[in-house]
Write a protein that binds this ligand. Structure first.
Ligand code: CP
Ligand code: NVA
Length: 301
């Protein structure tokens, strides 16, 4: 039987996702109480990184250690994958020795190919197209602060990137309205928007989009791999900064989220980012708890 993978949020049913988010908050409580809970003793997660990371690496590595298992950090700079060994061959070999594989890479097709040839669950830890692990943490964070996100209005401001595509999937699974405000030419995946047109609206005016929002989310103008476009994007994204004036359009209890790392003064103003009651730090911490729930779901069921 082929293993269960997590390449996009759509690999979970709506009920599975909701259950996983509840479990993430339970695991957070267990961790904070200092209770030892080690369902993955002796199990190993291979973590393949072809792009940089702080949160993803630390959360998966710490999570595996807390669960009694081990995480292997594999940089493409030091593995044969980085020297051109086929993904198919690497998948067969690595998956024969570990219990799960986490991959951060460029082409989404790479994780799909890896999963096809892997004998163990594969987790997408960010591709150019999707970042589903971050959405687990974001949705957990919203739920912990505001309750169910069903029926709420979420506004994505900025690039229609990997995070934005994952928000579209989340809107479909958790039944919220997503308004994407992006400059012309920076829209999210058109097929995905069309598939979920009852849940997603794309606008080109951030202020119009932000009205009555329950959650405003943004991300960097230039993602990893787009560093050469930074200067052009700073110009193109003029008017798409989340700042106090934009937050004022939203509901008074609206939350602001950012997957981090953030560029203060570009996509978000320093005062929004550093607001005393900001949930961005909870959002980052929840990567740990949400991914532990994911690992438990994939490896203990
Ligand atoms: N948000 C996120 O994935 O952060 P890292 O790039 O630091 O892993
Ligand atoms: N969109 C960003 C997210 C970083 C966590 C990137 O892909 O670089």
């Amino acid at each position: 039987m082929s293993p269960r993978h997590f390449l996009t949020l759509k690999d979970l049913s709506s009920d599975e996702l909701k259950q996983l988010l509840i479990r993430a908050s339970e695991l957070k409580k267990i961790h904070r109480e200092g209770t030892l809970f080690q369902p993955l003793t002796g199990r190993v997660l291979a973590m393949i990184f072809e792009k940089s990371s702080t949160r993803t690496r630390v959360s998966f590595e710490a999570g595996m250690a807390q669960f009694g298992g081990h995480a292997l950090f594999l940089s493409s700079r030091d593995t044969q994958l980085g020297r051109g060994e086929p993904v198919e061959d690497s998948a067969r070999v690595i998956s024969s020795m570990v219990d799960a594989v986490m991959i951060r890479t460029f082409d989404h097709e790479t994780v799909e190919t890896f999963a096809k040839y892997s004998s163990v669950p594969v987790i997408n830890a960010l591709t150019d197209d999707y970042h589903p692990c971050q959405l687990l943490a974001d949705m957990q964070t919203f739920q912990e602060h505001r309750g169910s996100i069903e029926g709420k209005k979420v506004v994505w401001v900025g690039d229609g990137n990997n995070m934005c595509n994952s928000y579209i999937n989340a809107a479909a699974l958790l039944d919220f309205q997503l308004v994407v405000a992006c400059p012309v030419g920076y829209e999210p995946n058109a097929e995905l928007v069309a598939e979920h047109k009852d849940r997603v609206t794309v606008l080109h005016d951030a202020h119009e989009a932000a009205k009555n929002a329950d959650l405003i989310v943004t991300d960097v103008f230039a993602s990893m791999g787009q560093e050469d476009e930074q200067d052009q994007r700073v110009k193109d994204f003029d008017g798409f900064q989340v700042n106090t004036a934009l937050m004022a359009e939203a509901n008074s209890d609206a939350l602001f989220m950012h997957c981090l790392p953030a560029h203060r003064g570009e996509e978000v103003s320093a005062n929004v980012m550093d607001k005393a009651d900001s949930v961005v730090w909870d959002e980052a911490e929840n990567r740990l708890h949400a991914q532990k729930a994911l690992l438990e779901f994939l490896l203990c069921n």
